[in-house]
Write a protein that binds this ligand. Structure first.
Ligand code: NDP
Ligand code: 2IT
Length: 444
């Protein structure tokens, strides 16, 4: 058995129920085995054995009182995975499905994603099984305050800097920041994704979606493919999906479908993105109400049906494992040319392997969606400098970071004999950066 196979077996044995964590670590370990021959020192100093185990995992009770006066109890998590390159950095997810395995997979991915940005950030992730759907603003505030009442002692601008993810946007970050400031008696850049009025960065809201399209353009330009008038399907209708849709439209693509966890809308004439934004962000309503204003569009129940729609470019921007092998086969049959991941690990392992085998231009999440955390890194810089960069300045830096990530993943893939396999390229490039820092810092 090879060294990486042994590590995979150990993870299975230690945490057999953490299926998403097993999936994410297997993919990375398979990719980097190609690079280990050049680095016996990483094996000898146990870099990999250490890398797959979080530095610290915090699990805590989050009690709060709902609008009816009833006591509710949720479970909170923060997994501080790796601090070789900088303070732990990564989002918070509030969704009913959240468990330790999901937070660990997200934290593990974040280590390599953050490394790829070239900014000084370690990897972490947190969240809760709290479901914000249908909760009042006051309930969300009380929950966030209770969540932060425990989390505040573990985080800090030089320790661990959380941000948003599914179910955590501007509103939640505001409540979390207010409570942190009160408890710590300190005004610092302890969270990113803040509103502009209290230290946020211009373009952080748009960054993941815009970055996804900058990455996609770098990849298609490199292969001589023009995106103009290409049909584009985007799953999800949250923060990432909405700004991916805006930038796709700006680049000349035609976005024809979007979804939420109940179903999808198909609008042949092109999705009215402002309308989707109003429905999801302002009204916090369901995407099916889109057809009330656009009667020629169709609504279909079941979010997975979206991959049946014929398109050139597919951008999964909802959640993990939302596209399986069958979906990938359907997309390829329908002539898809590009798949780029806005969500974290949206494709099953079989689905991503199938796309690579079929030579589809495929941008894996830790490279393609790194724009969000990259601008979080820029927000941290601005907070430290106590100044604010213009939209143009942030956009320019974001574009450069996404282009650099594409180039590095692509060159690394070619170097290891896997031309155009950006899974291998991104995993090895991110790994080498973290591994070297861990090696030089000794066994800690
Ligand atoms: P939001 O909460 O803003 O939106 C999530 C969207 O995905 C909603 O449309 C939601 O539908 C849908 N969704 C969530 N869970 C499921 C599910 N189990 N099945 C089907 N649809 C689902 O989150 P974000 O847009 O921020 O995050 C989307 C993805 O992007 C996640 O994978 C996240 O980890 C990743 N990501 C986010 C970044 C960021 O900066 N925010 C950065 C990099 C990656 P509904 O409204 O019905 O719940
Ligand atoms: O998955 C991700 O990269 C995020 N949710 C963003 C993390 C961040 O710290 O901005």
């Amino acid at each position: 058995m090879t060294y990486t196979q042994e590590l995979k077996k150990m993870i299975q044995k230690r945490d057999p129920n953490e299926t998403e964590f097993i999936q994410a670590t297997s993919e990375v370990l398979d990719s980097i085995s190609l690079a280990l021959d050049d680095h016996p020192e990483y094996i000898e100093s146990g870099v990999l054995d250490r890398m797959i185990e979080p530095e610290r995992q915090i699990i805590f009770r989050v009690p709060w009182v709902d609008d009816q006066g009833a006591v509710q109890v949720n479970r909170g998590y923060r997994v501080e995975f790796n601090s070789a390159l900088g303070p732990y950095k990564g989002g918070l997810r509030f969704h009913s499905s959240v468990n330790l395995g999901i937070i660990k997979f997200l934290g593990f991915e974040q280590i390599f994603k953050n490394a790829l940005t070239g900014l000084p950030m370690g990897g972490g992730k947190g969240g809760s099984d709290f479901d914000p759907h249908g909760k009042s603003d006051s309930e969300v505030m009380r929950f966030c305050q209770s969540f932060m009442s425990e989390l505040y002692r573990h985080i800090g601008q030089f320790k661990d800097v959380p941000a948003g993810d599914i179910g955590v946007g501007k509103r939640e970050i505001g409540f979390l920041f207010g409570q942190y400031k009160r408890l710590a008696n300190e005004y610092s850049g302890v969270l990113t994704g803040k509103d502009l009025s209290y230290g946020g960065s211009l373009l952080r809201t748009q960054a993941t979606g815009y970055g996804l399209l900058y990455f996609t353009k770098a990849m298609t330009d490199d292969h001589g493919l023009n995106l103009k008038d290409k049909l584009c399907v985007i799953s999800g209708s949250g923060n990432v999906a909405i700004y991916a849709a805006y930038k796709a439209k700006e680049l000349g693509l035609k976005v024809i479908a979007m979804s939420d966890s109940d179903g999808y809308i198909y609008d042949k004439e092109g999705i009215d993105i402002d309308l989707v934004q109003t429905i999801k962000e302002v009204k916090r309503a369901r995407i099916k109400t889109y057809i009330n204003d656009r009667p020629k569009a169709e609504y279909h129940k079941g979010s997975k049906g979206i991959w049946q729609i014929k398109c050139d470019v597919a951008l999964p921007c909802a959640t993990q494992n939302e596209m399986d092998l069958l979906d990938a086969k359907t997309l390829v049959q329908n002539g898809v040319q590009v798949v780029a991941e806005g969500a974290n690990m949206p494709l099953s392992r079989e689905a991503s392997d199938y796309l690579v085998q079929n030579k589809i231009l495929y941008g894996p999440a830790k490279a393609a969606n790194a724009g969000g955390v990259a601008v979080s890194g820029l927000e941290m810089s601005q907070n430290s400098l106590r100044l604010k960069w213009s939209v143009e300045e942030v956009d320019e830096r974001l574009k450069k970071i996404m282009n650099d990530i594409y180039r590095e993943a692509s060159l690394t893939a070619a170097k290891y004999g896997q031309k155009d396999n950006l899974i291998v390229g991104a995993n090895i490039a991110g790994f080498l950066r973290v591994a070297e820092a861990m090696y030089l810092q000794g066994v800690v």
